[in-house]
Design a protein around this ligand. Structure first.
Ligand SMILES: [Zn+2]
Length: 261
């Protein structure tokens, strides 16, 4: 089972990463629309959801208007925020995208862009895709239905969990009142300080290593080339240990709120 789960998680975080790179059209010579849709469908999402919300992540970074990170906006009740944060940490990006799929069609900002007919098509593609691979595994390797379901559930859950840990390192639990330049500078970056950080960065394709550059120079494809661009002097660099402290505040429902004027 481990032999199956590890490449599955590595592939999941890679698909998420590549979907994001296609969204930004970082490789102009390929058919980004096709790749974006293909990668999004392979991680069992409705492609239009992330397509709509990712622009809000860049414009409204570190605010409750960021519909990718805060699909239901600010949660005022402390108890609800604690429950919500636990679910978000446990289920990862699947939890946020799932919520965004429910809130998007009713959000006045996006209602015009959202198409109801696209959702059942996505579900059809997921069924053919995972059903097809599952059936082929049965034919070729003699895998049983319960083994297939368990492998899928573990791969997608752990993939979703790990991908979101990387995103939480970058932006988790942080709300900043201030102009966009200041809010961009709140982006955290994971230092490849020790073995744990190096393994984490390997599994998540260096997503969080110099993530601030993705927000301060969005049009430049910096992430596959760590060390090539000079990091800002005041960039926030953290270790996994620092992240655990942020995570514990998040799980206690204590938002890190900064006001910069
Ligand atoms: Zn982006």
């Amino acid at each position: 089972m481990l032999y199956l789960i590890f490449p599955g998680i590595y592939l999941f975080t890679w698909l998420g990463y590549l979907m994001h790179e296609s969204w930004h059209r970082y490789v102009p010579t390929v058919n980004n629309k096709f790749f974006y849709n293909a990668f999004a469908l392979m991680i069992l999402s409705d492609p239009q959801v992330y397509f709509i919300v990712h622009s809000t992540h860049h414009v409204y970074i570190h605010t409750n208007q960021d519909a990718e990170f805060h699909p239901i906006g600010e949660i005022k009740s402390h108890v609800l925020r604690v429950i919500y944060n636990w679910l978000e940490v446990l289920f990862g990006v699947a939890f946020l995208v799932g919520l965004a799929s429910i809130t998007l069609p009713h959000d006045v900002r996006f209602a015009k862009k959202y198409r109801f007919w696209k959702f059942p098509i996505s579900v059809g593609v997921w069924v053919v895709y995972i059903g097809g691979i599952g059936y082929l595994s049965h034919l070729v390797f003699g895998v049983t239905l319960s083994q297939t379901l368990l492998a899928y559930a573990l791969t997608y859950w752990l993939g979703s969990f790990l991908l979101h840990q990387s995103q939480l390192i970058e932006h988790g639990n942080l709300i900043i009142d201030g102009p966009i330049q200041q809010r961009n500078f709140g982006t955290r970056n994971l230092k490849p300080a020790g073995l744990a950080e190096k393994i984490f960065l390997f599994l998540t394709h260096n997503d969080s290593r110099e993530h601030i550059l993705h927000h301060t120079m969005t049009t430049i494809h910096s992430r596959p080339f760590p060390g090539k661009f000079t990091l800002q002097k005041n960039a926030v660099m953290i270790t996994l240990w620092d992240y655990l402290k942020i995570l514990s505040r998040m799980l206690l429902g204590k938002v890190d709120h900064q006001i910069i004027r």
